[in-house]
Ligand binder design. Sequence first.
Ligand code: 5GP
Ligand code: ZN
Length: 117
Amino acid sequence: MAGEPQDDCLFCKIVAGGIPATIVRETETTLAFRDINPQAPTHVLVIPKAHYENAAALAAGAPQIAADVLAETRAVAEGEGLESYRTVFNTGAGAGQTVWHAHAHVLGGRGLEWPPG
Ligand code: 5GP
Ligand code: ZN
């Protein structure tokens, strides 16, 4: 069923505590933790605790939780003291998605080029 934990999903395992992560923030519906391979001084992932395969599936299936994820990206940036930061949802393999559980990247703490390439 939509939103149910998946046994083979890395981020569901992090939500369940089966794989360690450096947790930055947690709410009833979301978890924020540091990326294992940071691309900037701040690189935090904000995920819904419920399993949706990417941001598009999350927006379609649980728009309130999608809003919660977006609100948490702001809270992470504030907590990290970032005035400028980038929020990225890679959706689909062609856009660089490698983990099939919706997540927002929050990147900051260095200059960020636009367009990103
Ligand atoms: P994507 O490429 O799907 O947009 O982003 C997936 C992100 O998850 C990557 O930035 C990658 O470094 C991160 N990642 C992959 N495995 C782990 C892990 O086990 N722990 C953490 N904290 N991040 C991970
Ligand atoms: Zn999952």
